[in-house]
Design a protein around this ligand. Structure first.
Ligand code: ADP
Ligand code: F6P
Length: 489
């Protein structure tokens, strides 16, 4: 596969993200670097390999410095260099758990009351961003292109410039960007917005996120001129041109479709269905995060069972939850709330031979995850807010039988692409609407399901993650501020 040349990339690609696409495990024989399974790495690896690129990030739990030999071995095999940044315990707490996940994460997902605007977090966030910038500066050249990912590292480009390193930088935000009335609550709103404007290209998941960013820009920089897909910001004596684009991220469609089409997978999915006695399986797969709306979904299920008694003993809801950010208080409370609700609802409706909710709290292998996708009749993807939501796309890609249905929150980025394609869109805060959508999804006729799922799968296939990488890099290197290709929504 070709990578890079077509985009006008002259030097190497330097990817910068909070997490490296690998995990670090301590084994009796020493540290081991193991490949992660994300779609991002699948899409970026060919470009990184072909351009002799570099990926800078942390592994999240320390140990990176001691593992330099396994990192070097892994890099050699991968064909591009992985460069770990080690965080101290305090940095992990104040930069990752604190500023990133107790301030930016809740604020950008519209949960302003969950924010803890602790000034110490802000100082540490800047220090860690400086540390990342120093690593980028020391390991890259002027003709390299630096692509920074996500809200943990919004200041890297600014600090690169401060450190005297001239680099072309692009930034992609994987999570939503909030409307001005929410963003303006951030005590460091000016600094954050100015930091983003240090990139030559800033990319968002949806047109709504892009529009929110521009509206915030117009409030905080009244002299900013915005037209087409670019903007020019005059800040003091300086004038900057920044491209502002919308690049909805995709998944590695072929990998999911291929895995789901294998005979072994069909057998595994059949075994799951049999274990549930061929009842209608409703599936939820989420990181344990308050943005995913799991308690709201469970209440909707309770309402569906109460209002539509014919669903009792006919449906089983399988809720898979992945442990996440366990050091943050809000996440610990949520786990208790969900467990309480599952117990209550099961207590209310269980009869001999039927339990309505099956709750799995663990990581699954890709194989197991796809088996659940394939075995389920309805996916319930009902986040209160989500940048994109890849689970919705993975569910469709894996549904090779085209027999599944998707209930999707209108507040997931994916809804912008899926709204006209047959997903059942719901407001996740509207318990009765979600309850009725569950009922509707269970009753869709076979041809109706097929038609809807076919359209959804075509969309996921066409907008896969390597196309996403291409469109971002094309936009970064297009000649004029305004001439990058229109996006498909
Ligand atoms: P977020 O990035 O907020 O976690 P997404 O839905 O965009 O939400 O992405 C979640 C990713 O986590 C998906 O790629 C999905 O395959 C993966 N995932 C979800 N559940 C599990 C699980 N139980 N085990 C392993 N991976 C999972
Ligand atoms: O989707 C946003 C995101 O923060 C990703 O960057 C990250 O991979 C995912 O959520 C999981 O979060 P964390 O890296 O905090 O475990």
């Amino acid at each position: 596969e070709e990578g890079g040349e077509a985009h006008g990339l002259r030097g190497r690609l330097v990817v910068v993200s909070n997490r490296l696409p690998v995990t670090l495990a301590r084994k009796p024989s020493g540290w081991e670097v193991q490949a992660g399974a994300g779609g991002l790495v699948t899409a970026l690896a060919p470009v990184l390999r072909d351009r002799g690129g570099l990926w800078i990030g942390s592994c999240g739990q320390g140990g990176e410095a001691e593992a330099s030999a396994p990192f070097a071995r892994f890099s050699k095999e991968a064909g591009y260099r992985l460069l770990p940044v080690e965080l101290t315990g305090e940095e992990h707490r104040d930069y990752y758990e604190g500023f990133s996940n107790e301030i930016i994460w809740p604020l950008f997902h519209d949960f302003q009351s969950r924010c803890n605007f602790e000034p110490r977090y802000w100082n540490c966030y800047q220090e860690v961003n400086r540390k990342f910038a120093r690593t980028v500066a020391a390991n890259s050249r002027e003709d390299d292109y630096v692509w920074v990912h996500d809200y943990h590292l919004m200041h890297v480009a600014g600090f690169l410039r401060e450190q005297g390193a001239r680099r072309s930088c692009g930034f992609f935000l994987h999570i939503p960007f909030p409307a001005p009335d929410i963003f303006l609550k951030l005590p460091w709103r000016r600094q954050v917005l100015s930091a983003l404007l240090e990139h030559q290209l800033v990319g968002f998941q949806t047109l709504a996120d892009r529009r929110n960013f521009i509206r915030c820009l117009q409030v905080l920089h009244p002299r900013a001129e915005v037209w087409g897909r670019g903007c020019v910001v005059t800040a003091g004596v300086e004038e900057k041109s920044v491209r502002i684009g919308c690049f909805p991220i995709g998944i590695d469609y072929a990998a999911f479709a291929k895995l789901a089409a294998s005979p072994a997978m069909a057998a595994q999915a059949r075994a799951i269905r049999q274990a549930y006695r061929d009842r209608t399986i409703l599936l939820g797969v989420d990181r344990l995060d308050y943005s995913k709306g799991v308690p709201q979904r469970l209440r909707a299920l309770r309402s569906a069972l109460a209002r539509h008694p014919e669903l009792r003993e006919r449906v089983c809801h399988v809720q898979v939850l992945v442990p996440s950010r366990e050091g943050v208080g809000e996440y610990q409370e949520l786990k208790n709330e969900i467990e309480r609700l599952v117990t209550q609802i099961n207590g209310e409706f269980t009869v001999p031979g039927w339990v309505p909710i099956h709750h799995l709290y663990r990581n699954l292998s890709r194989q197991e995850l796809v088996a659940y996708y394939l075995a389920s009749d309805v996916a319930l993807v009902t986040p209160l807010r989500d940048g994109m939501n890849l689970v919705a796309k993975e569910y469709c890609a894996s549904n090779v039988t085209e027999t599944g249905a998707l209930v999707l929150s209108e507040f997931a980025g994916a809804a912008a692409q899926f709204q006209r394609l047959g997903a059942l869109l719901v407001n996740p805060y509207d318990t009765e609407e979600v309850a009725d959508a569950i009922k509707t999804a269970c009753c869709l006729s076979r041809p109706d399901r097929r038609m809807r799922m076919h359209k959804l799968r075509e969309n996921v296939r066409r907008s896969n993650v390597s196309g996403w990488v291409d469109s971002f890099l094309d936009a970064a290197f297009s000649r004029h501020l305004d001439d990058f290709a229109p996006i498909e929504t």
